[in-house]
Design a protein around this ligand. Structure first.
Ligand code: AMP
Length: 291
């Protein structure tokens, strides 16, 4: 499997491949791969001819007090895992290649970024949008695959693609979970064994929310309270948010309507580790009677 480290080389290869009719699939990552990332590579391989995984820990999407420095990195491990999953090339630029001296451009996305992750992590989605725009201009993919694990991020990227006319099809692949339900994340390595055991409470809270909705509950605040109740069973937890919203635009009506697609979004600190998770559920058409 090839490694490319400069934007120019990446663009040249991409042009050559596209001129031959090769469909390029792109999987942007920050590395320290797990089964969630590998599933994106496999999905990309299914729907394209040539898979480029980008590997770049993007400083612009981390806040000043966040974990950029200690974010886990292991290139050799990532190389082997990506290759085994069917990746054809790793594009791994360094920070100076991406943001040379004099770099002056920012990308700001409004509305969809105003709440949840966007509100708690100011500037985060601008950093994501900037790096994804740059990666798309380097890799020139036909298709890019992202994980539902970062639900709001998928919405931000779809907005970016629409607004800036990127000729890229965005595909979202489902969240891959550990056996106990914890969503896989490179950041799970930060958890102590004791907290790791309790971390599936996020998944359990999402399940409680889904069950409530499927049982006929449509009131947003009641659904939120059900998720909070479950999360609070772990004393070490600090809830950032646990909210139901319309999947389409993250609006929060008081009452959801039959047929609404709802996303349940959770962000919590377990000790010093911040975890996020989400689930999609549709409000049932007929009001199921509550037992
Ligand atoms: P990251 O390396 O954390 O920036 O993630 C790179 C891509 O992998 C993003 O599209 C994430 O949404 C996706 N991803 C991360 N964790 C998971 C997971 N557990 N299941 C599916 N996709 C994931």
């Amino acid at each position: 499997m090839e490694i490319i480290r400069t934007i120019k080389e990446m663009q040249n290869l991409s042009k050559k491949l596209s001129s031959k009719g090769v469909v390029i699939g792109c999987v942007p990552t920050m590395g320290y791969l797990h089964e969630g990332h590998l599933n994106l590579i496999r999905k990309a391989k299914e729907i394209s001819d040539f898979v480029v995984m980008t590997l770049f820990v993007n400083p612009k999407q981390f806040g000043p007090n966040e974990d950029f420095e200690r974010y886990p990195r292991d290139f050799d491990r990532d190389y082997k895992l990506a290759e085994n999953a069917g990746c054809d090339l790793i594009f791994a630029p360094d920070i100076i290649e991406m943001y040379p001296i004099g770099f002056s451009t920012s990308v700001e996305i409004q509305n969809i970024t105003s709440k949840f992750e966007g509100e708690r992590r100011p500037g985060h989605f601008d950093g994501v949008a900037l790096v994804v725009a740059k990666l798309f201009n380097a890799v020139k993919p036909d298709i890019a695959v992202f994980g539902q694990k970062d639900y709001q991020q998928t919405q931000v990227i779809k907005q970016l693609v629409r607004d800036l006319n990127f000729d890229v099809k965005i595909v979202v692949a489902p969240t891959v979970r550990e056996a106990d339900g914890l969503a896989m994340s490179s950041r799970n390595t930060y958890l102590t064994p004791e907290l790791r055991e309790k971390a599936n409470v996020l998944f359990n809270a999402l399940e409680d929310g889904i069950k409530a909705i499927e049982g006929g509950c449509r009131e947003r605040k009641v659904i939120n309270a059900i998720m909070h109740k479950r999360l609070r069973t772990v004393p070490e937890i600090k809830i950032d948010y646990a909210c139901a919203a319309l999947a389409e635009n993250l609006d929060e009506p008081d009452v959801f309507l039959a047929g609404d697609h709802v996303v349940l979004l959770i962000a919590c600190y377990l000790g010093t580790t911040r975890l996020i998770d989400n689930a999609l559920v549709t409000i049932p058409k007929t009001n199921v009677s509550k037992k």
